[in-house]
Design a protein around this ligand. Structure first.
Ligand code: HC1
Ligand code: SF4
Length: 570
C-alpha cells in the first residue's frame, strides 16, 4: 500500500493506483475530459492536471501513479490557471456553436468550460474547415474534434478495427481514418461506439429526421414505425424517466403524437427471425456432413460488415436469415400492405434502432425485396427519435399509455431479450428445443448465456445431443473468437455475435452518458420484461402463428426464403 496526502487529506491506496482514483477514494473530484477508464488514460487533454510538491511541472492525475509520501494539490491557483489555459486552447480549435449542436447539454467540453467559468478565450481561433461526408451514416465533424483520442483507442482496443488515427503534424494534427481510404470506403463496421464514447460532437449519425417528417406530412403516405427491443430499456433516460414509467405503451403514445400512423414492435419480427433462424440451424445440423460450423447469427449488421471486411472466409457460416429490422419491413410491405389493401409503395417503414449500422443495412440493395421496394425506408437512432419527441413539444412525464397496433405490435419475451448480449441465443434455444422435442423447455433453461462478459460459452443438452454455443459482444471479442476457431482451439455449433459491447442495449445510437457504460443495467431491464411476460416463446406468438398460417406457410418456405433470407456475399 502507498500513503500520500491529497489536498491535506491522508490517503492510503494500493501501489499502481492513479492520483485520479486515489482522490476519488476520499471524495475529491478531479475533472477529466479525455479520460475513459481502462481505454484512454493518456492525459491528452491535460484537464486533470494537479500539482505535486517537489515536481517541476504539473502532472496529469489520470496517468500518474501515486508514490509514497506524495503531497498533491488538486485545485490551487496554479492548477486552476493551467486548467483554464488548457481548456481555452482546446476551445480555440473547436466550433463552439452550442445552439446548433445536438450534444449541447450532454457535452464534456461544454461542462468543463462552464465549470471553469470560461466565457471568452484568449487565443486566436483556428477552426478546421474540413467536412465529413454528410450522406454516410457515420459523420466525422472535424470542427468539433478535440483530439482526445477516445475514438482512436476505443476503435483499436475494444473494437479491434483501427479505423481512426492521429494524422498530420503541428497545427494540422487531427483525427481521421488512419488509412488513405475515405471513411465510407474503409472497413468501418459502423458500430457507432466512437460516437457514444466521444465527449463532444466530433462524431455523430446522419440525421434522417427531416426525411421522416416529409413522409409523415405526406397525406398519400402511411407511416409505419417499428421499435427495436433495446429502445424500451433506454429511451426514457434522456427525459429523466424511470424505466418503469418509460414503458413501450408510453413510447407508442409519444410516437403517435409525433405523427406516425401505426406503431409496431420489432419484437414481433425478432420472433419471426427466431422461427427462421432456429429452423435454418436445425436444417444445417441435418446436413452436417456438408455444412461448416459454427453457424453465426446475422441480426447485427455491424458484425456482418466486420466479418466481410476482416474474416471473409466465415461469411458462408452466417445465417441467411435477415435481421428483425429487415424482416419487419418485408412483412409490413407485403402481408400488412395486403391487410390495408394498399400497394407497398404507399407505406413508409421507419425503424427506431439503437444503431448506426442499421442505417446502412436498410440501404443494402440486395437485402431488399425488389417487388416491394425497400424493406425499411429509414432507420433512426434512439437519439434521433428522442429529438423528434422533443420537437413535438410533448412533456414525456405526462404521457398516457397507448396500445401498440396489431398484428405487428405483438412480441414475446424471447423477442425482447434480443437487445441484450446472449438474448438472441437464448431465444433461439427456447424454440430449437421445442422444434426438436415437441415440448417447451423451462423458459429460463438457457439463462447461463446471460451476462455482460464479452465471451461466454456453454454446452446444452438438446434431446441427447450436446450443443456447444458461444456468445460474444464487442468486435474485439469477435475477432479473438474467430482467431481461436481458425487455430482449432475451440469448436462450437452456434455462435451469437453482437458488435457493441453488451449487445444493442449498448448500441452506438443509444442515449449518451459520458464515460458511463449502460449496457448492463439496460440488459437487466429487458430480462425483467421477459421474466414478467406470459408469452416467452417466439413460436407461441399468436401474430407469428397467424403470419405463417395466412401468408408465409412455414419457416423456410419458398415465400419465407424469398422475403426473409438474404445472401451476405452480395
Ligand atoms: Fe438490435 Fe435486433 S436486437 S439487432 O440489437 O436482432 O439495432 O434492439 O432491433 O434487427 O430484434 C438493433 C436492438 C434490433 C434487429 C432485433
Ligand atoms: Fe447495431 Fe446492435 Fe450490432 Fe451494435 S450490436 S452494431 S447496436 S445491431
Amino acid at each position: 500500500m502507498v500513503s500520500l496526502t491529497i489536498d491535506n487529506r491522508p490517503v492510503t491506496v494500493p501501489e499502481g493506483t492513479s492520483i485520479l482514483d486515489a482522490a476519488k477514494k476520499v471524495g475529491i473530484y478531479i475533472p477529466t475530459l479525455c479520460f475513459l477508464k481502462d481505454v484512454n488514460e493518456i492525459g491528452a487533454c491535460r484537464v486533470c492536471v494537479v500539482e505535486i510538491e517537489g515536481y517541476t511541472k504539473l502532472m496529469t492525475a489520470c496517468s500518474t501513479t501515486v508514490q509514497e509520501g506524495m503531497v498533491v494539490h488538486t485545485n490551487n491557483r496554479n492548477v486552476r490557471v493551467a486548467r483554464r489555459n488548457n481548456v481555452e486552447l482546446i476551445l480555440s480549435e473547436h466550433d463552439s456553436n452550442c445552439v446548433l449542436c445536438t450534444r449541447s447539454g450532454n457535452c464534456g467540453l461544454q461542462k468543463i468550460a462552464q465549470d471553469l467559468n470560461i466565457h471568452h478565450i484568449h487565443f486566436e481561433k483556428k477552426i478546421p474547415t474540413k467536412v465529413g461526408n454528410r450522406e454516410f451514416p457515420l459523420i466525422r465533424e472535424y470542427s468539433k474534434c478535440i483530439k482526445c483520442m477516445r475514438c482512436v483507442q476505443f476503435c483499436d482496443k475494444v473494437q479491434d478495427s483501427r479505423i481512426w488515427d492521429i494524422v498530420n503534424l503541428g497545427h494540422e494534427v487531427t483525427v481521421d481514418t488512419g488509412s488513405t481510404l475515405r471513411l465510407e470506403d474503409s472497413d468501418c463496421a459502423l458500430c457507432g461506439q466512437c460516437i457514444t464514447h466521444c465527449p463532444v460532437n466530433g462524431l455523430h449519425e446522419r440525421d434522417d429526421t427531416d426525411r421522416v417528417y416529409e413522409a409523415i406530412n405526406d397525406p398519400d403516405i402511411i407511416t409505419v414505425v417499428q421499435i427495436a427491443p433495446s429502445i424500451r430499456a433506454a429511451w426514457g433516460e434522456a427525459f429523466g424517466l424511470s424505466p418503469k414509467f418509460a414503458s413501450m405503451k408510453r413510447l407508442a403514445s409519444a410516437l403517435h403524437q409525433v405523427g406516425f400512423d401505426y406503431i409496431f414492435d420489432t419484437d414481433f419480427s425478432a420472433d419471426l427471425t427466431i422461427m427462421e433462424e432456429a429452423n435454418e440451424f436445425l436444417e444445417r445440423v441435418k446436413n452436417k456432413d456438408h455444412e461448416k460450423f459454427p453457424m453465426f447469427t446475422s441480426c447485427c449488421p455491424g458484425w456482418v460488415r466486420y466479418c466481410k471486411a476482416h474474416y471473409p472466409e466465415f461469411v458462408d457460416q452466417i445465417s441467411t436469415s435477415k435481421s428483425p429490422q429487415q424482416m419487419f419491413g418485408a412483412i409490413a410491405k407485403t402481408w400488412y400492405a395486403q391487410m390495408l389493401n394498399v400497394p407497398p409503395s404507399k407505406l413508409c417503414v421507419v425503424s427506431i434502432m439503437p444503431c448506426i449500422a442499421k442505417k446502412h443495412e436498410c440501404a443494402i440493395p440486395t437485402i431488399n425485396d425488389a417487388d416491394a421496394g425497400r424493406d425499411v425506408d429509414y432507420a433512426l437512432t434512439t437519439r434521433e427519435m428522442n429529438r423528434m419527441i422533443r420537437s413535438t413539444h410533448i412533456d414525456p412525464h405526462d404521457l398516457k399509455e397507448r396500445k401498440l397496433d396489431m398484428p405487428l405490435g405483438l412480441g414475446s419475451g424471447a423477442g425482447a431479450i434480443f437487445g441484450a448480449t446472449g438474448g438472441v441465443m437464448e431465444a433461439a434455444l427456447r424454440t430449437a428445443y421445442y422444434a426438436v422435442t415437441g415440448e417447451n423447455p423451462d423458459p429460463d433453461a438457457f439463462r447461463d448465456v446471460r451476462g455482460i462478459e464479452g465471451w461466454k460459452e456453454e454446452t446444452f443438452d438438446l434431446n441427447g445431443t450436446p450443443l456447444r454455443v458461444a456468445v460474444v459482444s464487442g468486435l474485439g471479442n469477435a475477432g479473438k473468437l474467430l482467431e481461436a476457431l481458425k487455430r482449432g482451439d475451440v469448436e462450437y455449433d452456434f455462435v451469437e455475435v453482437m458488435a457493441c459491447p453488451g449487445g444493442c442495449v449498448g448500441g452506438g445510437g443509444q442515449p449518451i452518458h459520458d464515460g458511463v457504460e449502460m449496457a448492463e443495467s439496460r440488459g437487466k431491464i429487458l430480462y425483467d420484461i421477459d421474466g414478467k411476460m406470459s408469452l416467452r416463446f417466439s413460436h407461441e406468438n399468436p401474430s407469428i402463428i397467424d403470419c405463417y398460417e395466412k401468408f408465409l406457410g412455414k419457416p423456410l418456405s419458398e415465400r419465407s426464403e424469398h422475403l426473409l433470407h438474404t445472401d451476405h456475399h452480395s
